[in-house]
Design a protein around this ligand. Structure first.
Ligand code: DGL
Length: 287
């Protein structure tokens, strides 16, 4: 988490946290935040009208991210959590420079969690094409002063499958397996893993956590750890809020308000799977 604290403090510890994503995937981060910081009120904005971001240029992603960040800043949030790997990969520095608010992304926490479990071996990253092309995981891992190599694999079909709620069965299993094959090589006729862990470098992918674990274990004939950045992000946000005197100390559980820019048909069911609890009221907004 980075950024000016003056404005945030002015807004007070009772102000909500702003969380945004290109769509519904960021609700996996909200779920982790609701567990790690249960007293925080959260305003979530999903830009469901313009998802996916992962296939677009960095300039377009920055333009979209600015609109979401400003809409949340205008609602008086005390800090922003960018719950999207693609935005964190290409727009985080610009948002930090432009906004008078602390801004947190998901890539550094994910990289930190991965370096802890990779044990010096290479780290596999499953993410959108935009995140892979940005080299953001490589930079994040290098900034943590570790030597782990990064092997990136773009997995755009998993975004579509997650948004559709198509999480089990033959199709997602085959798609996951095909993507994971990039993390293996054939040596002396045997399939050998090239990575010590795989990071789910996209906020949609925690929905496939068990499937990725299962397919990795099948391909490697042994378990390979899978890292999800949501939990690490939430614990870093919590530590930041506590350190800066911004943690909400209200006795009751925090509220959740969900804003979206479009409301597709399967929205309710899919959103609940991401969030793991009933959604409550959802408001449609225009950016
Ligand atoms: N939320 C995006 C991410 O974490 C994935 C969906 C998209 O491509 O917009 O990278």
């Amino acid at each position: 988490v980075h950024g000016p604290e003056g404005a945030a403090r002015g807004r007070g510890r009772q102000a909500p946290l702003g969380v945004f994503d290109s769509g519904l995937g960021g609700l996996t981060v909200v779920r982790a935040l609701r567990a790690a910081c249960p007293r925080e009120d959260i305003v979530y904005l999903g830009d469901s009208a313009r998802v996916p971001y992962g296939t677009r240029s960095a300039e377009t992603v920055l333009r979209y991210a600015r609109a979401s960040a400003r809409a949340l800043a205008a609602r008086g949030v005390k800090a922003l959590v960018v719950a999207c790997n693609t935005v964190s990969a290409v727009a985080l520095d610009a948002l930090r420079a432009e906004l008078d608010l602390p801004v947190s992304g998901v890539i550094l926490p994910g990289a930190r969690a991965a370096t802890e479990v990779a044990g010096g071996a290479a780290i596999g990253v499953l993410a959108t094409a935009g995140t892979i092309a940005s080299g953001a995981y490589r930079r994040a891992v290098a900034s943590l002063a570790t030597r782990s190599e990064i092997l990136g694999q773009a997995a755009p079909l998993l975004v579509a499958l997650a948004e559709e709620g198509w999480l089990e069965g033959e199709v997602p299993t085959l798609v996951v397996r095909r993507y994971l094959e990039a993390f293996f090589e054939i040596r002396a006729g045997a399939r050998v893993p090239r990575v010590g862990c795989v990071v789910l470098g996209c906020t949609h992918f925690p929905l496939f956590h068990a499937l990725v674990e299962q397919e990795l274990a099948t391909l490697a004939a042994r378990p390979i750890p899978v890292v999800d950045s949501a939990r690490q992000t939430a614990s870093e946000v919590r530590a930041f809020l506590e350190e800066r005197g911004l943690a909400n100390d209200a006795p009751e559980r925090g509220s959740l308000r969900v804003l979206v820019t479009d409301r597709p048909q399967s929205f309710e069911a899919v959103a609940q799977r991401f969030l793991g609890e009933p959604l409550g009221e959802v408001e449609q907004v225009d950016l």
